[in-house]
Design a protein around this ligand. Structure first.
Ligand SMILES: *Cc1c(COP(=O)(O)O)cnc(C)c1O
Length: 436
């Protein structure tokens, strides 16, 4: 032990991790080596200790430059926050706040009050609630309204979204009974009508976030479902996922159904994410009729799904950016969408000039994050010449900062749309270092 602690290659960790943590890591490794009984060589033990210390040191995610051309990449943390949200986190995170305190009366307040008002103003909904993520929002709705009762869903909307969130299984978990109606490609309002019974709790409409059914298809509109729901006294829930609060067609992308449209169609409750098309922090939002939101608020499960002050601070600052288009483009997602091909081509010049053999060409960037799977926007990508593009990609991922690229047709591509302009020089410098 003493020899390990004094080892030159270990001593370098002491300033950052402290001697005690190094000792514990070494004890663990030595203990395991003894247990396995195969008397490991000193060098192997030291290497194993170093590996553990590296893991300890990297105990939070590393920043990454996203050159994949997928703007909302779930594995890369979805939407980057805008400067206002980052400032709000920095400010409120280090201080006390009136998170759940009414400054007027000096009594306990609600952490949902302020953010609820902002969401009402933007979406036109009577009320809104914020919880941990959209999956939790769907779960809370089902748990509140559908336990032991039936939920009618169109057969073409029984989706599995990323991370194994499969709607039929979530329904089962929440104690609701799934009633599938229609066929894989065609579903009519009459199918829903016929399936109504005294046991029906909800009509559920899911957004086809990651698949598309083409050809001879039909599904009832949200408006028709809302009319049917009102007539039958059954709430219609729409899980939008993406949560667009503005029209993406303004940016030359395909129109994506917005929260306002869903509310306007008369849907009783809409669920959506905070970190997808909204461009904010991870959160799940339920917006809709006040009496139903009140029932969600009274569900004891809410306590287990609630969001922290940092999320509320970031979401509030993000929502304030929705006052007009210029403010909205302070959010990285909308700045990325707003960049013209001319601007991207202009940035491409710096890459082509600096990197021998590199060329710029048209590319397609994808919005991702629960937008329609085909939702794309024209972009510009740099092709970097390489004998072994996979190896180059791996070295860029291992670099500082880590850069995640795309390989297409045997070529390594850097799509510029999701790279912030201030990151260009970092990417170029990394490639030059690797080439050197
Ligand atoms: C992404 C998505 C969800 C899950 O959202 P999270 O915020 O990741 O929990 C749910 N429903 C739909 C339709 C989605 O696209």
């Amino acid at each position: 032990m003493h020899r390990i602690l004094e080892d030159e290659s270990i001593a370098g960790y002491e300033a950052e991790l402290g001697r005690e943590r190094i000792r514990r890591a070494a004890e663990e490794v030595i203990g395991r080596a003894r247990l396995s009984g195969d008397g490991q060589a000193y060098d192997a033990v030291v290497a194993a200790v170093r590996k553990r210390l590296d893991d300890l040191r990297g105990s939070s995610p590393l920043p990454v430059i996203n050159a994949t051309g997928i703007l909302l990449h779930t594995n890369l943390g979805r939407a980057p926050l805008g400067p206002d949200a980052v400032a709000a986190i920095a400010d409120l995170g280090g201080r006390y706040s009136n998170l759940e305190y009414d400054l007027e009366t000096g009594e306990r307040g609600s952490r949902y009050a302020v953010i609820g008002a902002a969401l009402r103003a933007i979406t036109g909904a009577e009320d809104a609630l914020v919880i941990n993520n959209c999956a939790a929002a769907v779960l809370l709705v089902l748990d509140t309204f559908a336990k032991g009762r039936e939920v009618i869903v169109a057969r073409n909307q029984l989706v599995e979204i990323g991370g194994g969130f499969r709607l039929p299984e979530v329904l089962e978990r929440s104690g609701a009974k799934l009633v599938e109606v229609g066929t894989t490609n065609r579903v009519y309002i009459e199918d829903f009508e016929r399936a109504l019974s005294p046991r029906t709790a909800l009509l559920l409409r899911m957004h086809a976030s990651n698949y598309r059914i083409e050809g001879f298809t039909h599904e009832p509109s949200a408006r028709d479902l809302a009319v049917l729901g009102r007539r039958a006294g059954v709430p219609v829930i729409e899980d939008l996922g993406g949560g667009a609060l503005c029209d993406l067609a303004e940016y030359g992308a395909a129109h994506e159904r917005t929260v306002q449209e869903a509310i306007g169609d008369g849907v009783a409750l809409v669920t959506f994410s905070g970190d997808k098309l909204l461009g904010g922090p991870q959160a799940g939002i339920v917006a809709g009729r006040a009496n139903l939101i009140a029932r969600l608020r009274n569900n004891p499960l809410l306590r287990a799904l609630r969001v922290g002050k940092l999320t509320i601070a970031a979401l509030g600052a993000t929502l304030r950016c929705y006052r007009d288009r210029a403010a909205r483009e302070r959010l990285p997602l909308f700045r990325q969408l707003a960049a013209t091909l001319e601007e991207l081509s202009e940035r491409a010049k710096a890459y082509v000039e600096a990197l021998p053999g590199a060329s710029a060409g048209e590319s397609v960037a994808y919005i991702g994050g629960g937008a329609l799977p085909q939702a794309s926007i024209a972009s510009i990508a740099i092709a970097v010449p390489s004998e072994r593009p996979q190896r180059l990609a791996a070295r860029l991922r291992a670099g500082e900062p880590a850069i995640v690229t795309r390989i297409e047709g045997g070529r390594l591509l850097l799509d510029l749309r999701a790279i912030a302009p201030h990151e260009d020089h970092l990417v170029i410098a990394s490639l030059l270092r690797l080439a050197g």
